[in-house]
Ligand binder design. Structure first.
Ligand SMILES: [Zn+2]
Length: 251
């Protein structure tokens, strides 16, 4: 199934956000069953030390890290999604992607951001999970985030604008364009999936999307292998950024 996609430039990465001991496990288990049925390998955005009060309201899985390790051993990708998922800065749209909203990383000093990333990595290391991919809570980054990530050996981010994966600030990006499940006819991007907010109808939509598009779903390492920094791709990505800044909230 995967090899069918190896030579194409169309594909979608399934990115789950807000993976933590407390979450909507009932929904997660349903998603896992669906993904396993099609042998699809998502990327799981794990919060290494979740302290987000909204997320802590969900039921806790006691053997959480065993579950993460099982995912990893069945070839799912594990990424670091922030450190504790607490927002304490306002971006005023000055963040790298100009999305705006609240931030865990943007606006903090390099030292503070490095500290959070290192602490996060220690949690993964303690659980024997190697991390080379990151995405920040609420998509908010600044130059210090990129520097702190690079200085911690994390060179991959799943976020931001673009039709194809690209390199910027010495970091590889797989773009994440839409809030809703949406597959463009060309390009390689990531979804973002927040199952904690899902009702049954959202799972049904996801199921339909997977049934229809499962042969377009690719793994994280294949997505990153599609990095293209050629001139045309750069122009397309910049143009798309301008368009989507206007359109983003419609999708
Ligand atoms: Zn999040």
């Amino acid at each position: 199934m995967m090899s069918n996609n190896a030579n194409t430039n169309t594909g979608i990465l399934i990115r789950f956000d807000d993976i933590a001991p407390n979450m909507n496990w009932e929904m997660m288990d349903k998603c896992q069953e669906l993904l396993d049925h099609y042998n699809l390998k998502p990327v799981m955005g794990v919060i290494p030390d979740n302290q987000d009060i909204e997320l802590l309201k969900y039921p806790k899985r006691e053997n959480f890290w065993e579950t993460v390790k099982k995912w990893k051993s069945s070839d799912w990708s594990i990424a670091m999604h922030g450190y504790n998922h607490l927002y304490d800065k306002e971006t005023n749209k000055e963040d790298f992607f100009n999305y705006g909203g609240k931030s865990e990383f943007f606006g903090h000093s390099y030292e503070d951001q490095l500290f959070k990333i290192k602490r996060g990595l220690e949690v993964f290391k303690k659980n024997n999970i190697q991390i080379d991919t990151f995405f920040a809570p609420n998509h908010t980054y600044d130059k210090n985030t990129f520097k702190a990530l690079k200085d911690s050996g994390i060179l991959k981010i799943i976020d931001g604008y673009g039709l194809m994966p690209y390199t910027s600030n010495g970091i590889q990006f797989v773009p994440q364009l839409f809030y809703k499940l949406y597959l463009l006819p060309f390009g390689i991007q990531s979804t973002q999936i927040h199952i904690n907010y899902w009702a049954d109808k959202d799972f049904i939509n996801f199921k339909k999307f997977i049934e229809k598009n499962h042969n377009k779903v690719i793994k994280a390492d294949l997505a990153f292998s599609k990095i293209s920094n050629n001139y045309i791709n750069k122009i397309v990505n910049v143009t798309l950024k301008k368009l989507l800044k206007l359109k983003r909230f419609i999708f």
